[in-house]
Design a protein around this ligand. Structure first.
Ligand SMILES: [Zn+2]
Length: 448
């Protein structure tokens, strides 16, 4: 592994040279002994596709190659984490470190050009961004452009490079996580408290986790008129949540409530964290031939996919992690282990029951692409103890269905059909009567 720094550039205590964008601010990196003590150098890494570490204070030096130019920049602010993406034709070499008092992250990019995409980056910081206060981009020294992010609090940064995939070139991704991860259970309880108590105290509400497919860097399928699957799924998921929350015996939690990327494993973990009774992932299908249409419902298969098409679709949906950009830091191990759980067979049996109910109802509002629930190895359906289905609401690649997917009335119809399927399932398999949050170690799947 070649060790390569930015020559003479990242010595501790080095003050910024050159102007830093943003008027009225002091130097981005203070010099002096206090500052020097805070910088910790030495860890060298090669940008392995997706390798990452959490380093509270970190310095990464990467093997230099062709000097890259940043062609596009994006910021995805969200409560879970804020992501900054820098895209380039060639791989970007960088160094990153954090500075305290006030909290800042500094990224030095090995590029001599302050491209328009970089120049406009500071305007992309949203006021409501939970973690980023603002940022400045400026030429730091010959061959180096420096980005300074002013933070609202101390954070846990994750930085990694992604190789080209789909429509994307090379991407350098900085994920800014809170020090303490956002707890989905706390969010659920907080929402619960806002609701009038209509259920009997002994009755446990069925917790339905609704997962809006794709998001952020991962647009999902794109229709001929440019509709993005990630927007359609979020809109339908929100409608479904509202409908479920109106039911006296159910409550819903969204895996994401905004336009940001969430790894497939993180979606599963959210469902498990709130001891979900059911997990419903909402999608919109796409195919090369525009005349293909209809709704379909999928469950997990432990072994073989029930059809070639189901296998193809599962592979396509599982690619979300590659497109959206996730670094594999051992979370997959967890998923592989949980798959060995003995409850999986019972869970899949219940996923099929739920899937059948939902599919029947969808048949009332759209043509069915397949008359029965199909099965394949969808990563997002792998919670071992939560019956889970993936609903392909319609084909966004079919011009007629694309139009309907964007129609609010039709989105409501789809959401209502899914609700009715869930309602039918919950009526047959109600959650065990326990206190609302005490939960049961046994999922409802194992009680019949
Ligand atoms: Zn999808």
């Amino acid at each position: 592994m070649a060790e390569f720094g930015l020559p003479g550039a990242l010595q501790p205590g080095l003050a910024l040279r050159g102007g830093v964008a943003g008027k009225g601010r002091g130097p981005a990196v203070p010099s002096g002994p206090a500052h020097q003590a805070r910088l910790r150098w030495g860890r060298t890494a090669r940008a392995l596709g997706g390798a990452l570490r959490f380093w509270p204070l970190l310095a990464v030096f990467l093997a230099a190659s062709v000097e890259a130019q940043v062609q596009s920049t994006r910021i995805w602010p969200a409560r879970d984490y804020t992501r900054l993406t820098l895209e380039s034709k060639d791989k970007l070499e960088y160094a990153i470190f954090s500075v305290k008092d006030p909290e800042r992250l500094v990224i030095d990019l090995e590029t001599s050009e302050l491209s328009p995409a970089l120049a406009e980056l500071n305007a992309k910081v949203a006021a409501e961004d939970p973690y980023v206060q603002g940022l400045r981009v400026a030429r730091n020294r010959p061959g180096v452009i420096r980005i300074v992010l002013d933070l609202k609090s101390e954070v846990r940064p994750q930085i990694f490079s992604l190789p080209p995939i789909a429509d994307y070139g090379h991407r350098l991704v900085l994920d800014i996580h809170p020090l303490v991860a956002v707890d989905p259970l706390a969010a659920l309880i907080a929402e619960q408290e806002k609701r009038p108590v209509t259920q009997k105290p002994s009755m446990r509400l069925a917790t339905i986790v609704i997962d809006a497919g794709h998001g952020g860097e991962d647009p999902g399928a794109i229709g001929r008129r440019g509709s993005r699957e990630k927007d359609v799924t979020l809109s339908i998921a929100k409608r479904l949540k509202k409908l479920i929350d109106e039911e006296p015996n159910m409550r819903a939690l969204l895996t994401r409530d905004g336009d940001y990327f969430l790894a497939l494993g993180a979606r599963v973990e959210k469902a498990r964290a709130v001891k979900a009774d059911l997990f419903v992932s909402i999608h919109a299908d796409a195919f090369i031939r525009p005349n293909v249409r209809g709704s379909s419902v999928f469950a997990l298969s432990e072994k073989r996919a029930t059809s070639e098409a189901a296998r193809w679709l599962a592979n396509k949906e599982n690619e979300a992690d590659l497109i959206g950009g996730v670094s594999f830091d051992g979370k997959d191990k967890y998923l592989a282990q949980t798959l060995l759980d003995l409850s999986q067979t019972a869970t899949i049996d219940h996923s099929l029951r739920l899937g059948n109910s939902v599919l029947q109802r969808l048949g009332g509002v759209n043509t069915l692409h397949k008359a029965s629930v199909e099965q394949a190895s969808f990563a997002v359906l792998k919670a071992p103890d939560v019956p889970s289905i993936l609903v392909e609401t319609a084909f966004i690649s079919n011009p007629e269905e694309e139009r309907r997917l964007n129609d609010q009335g039709y989105q409501d119809k789809l959401a209502r059909a899914v609700l009715e399927g869930i309602r039918e399932y919950v009526a047959k398999h109600p959650p065990r009567p326990l206190g609302p949050m005490t939960g049961s170690p046994l999922p409802i799947a194992l009680r019949n």
